[in-house]
Design a protein around this ligand. Sequence first.
Ligand SMILES: O=C(O)[C@]1(O)C[C@H](CCCOc2ccccc2)[C@@H](O)[C@H](O)C1
Length: 147
Amino acid sequence: MATILLLNGPNLNLLGQREPERYGHTTLADIESELGARAHAAGVSLDHFQSNHEGALIDRIHAAPAEGVRRILINPGGLTHTSVSLRDALLGVAIPFYEIHISNVHAREAFRQTSLLADVAAATLAGFGPRGYRLALDAAIAAIKES
Ligand SMILES: O=C(O)[C@]1(O)C[C@H](CCCOc2ccccc2)[C@@H](O)[C@H](O)C1
């Protein structure tokens, strides 16, 4: 069974608990649960991992090929704007990935408008709120089934 890996970076464990006006009331556990059920219904497996630590995310990416991961959905959090190492890890495993942002980063502070991942991502998605995760999952499932 094909596997999709959902990765969430620093502070995303706080979803639904703080700044709901910006990030909504949906918790990360809600998102992971919904996407897991949706993937299963489509005949695809979903693995999920959240960490506040860059190296832990990189280690998880390194393990992805051996686990049969076909697509990666990643909200890198603030690492989006800073992490060459995360970029290098994603390039290194050569698994197509979709960059997801809950907020419209292009309408925020200037520093959030720079992504070190976007130019090597298969797709980016921002501003749809938590629904963006579902949109990205559906696109990943369709891409796997078409390949
Ligand atoms: O809009 C997004 O999804 C972001 O990736 C969220 C990041 C922040 C992670 C979430 O941080 C929270 C802080 C408090 C409450 C909930 C989330 C931010 O640094 C990016 O620029 C855009």
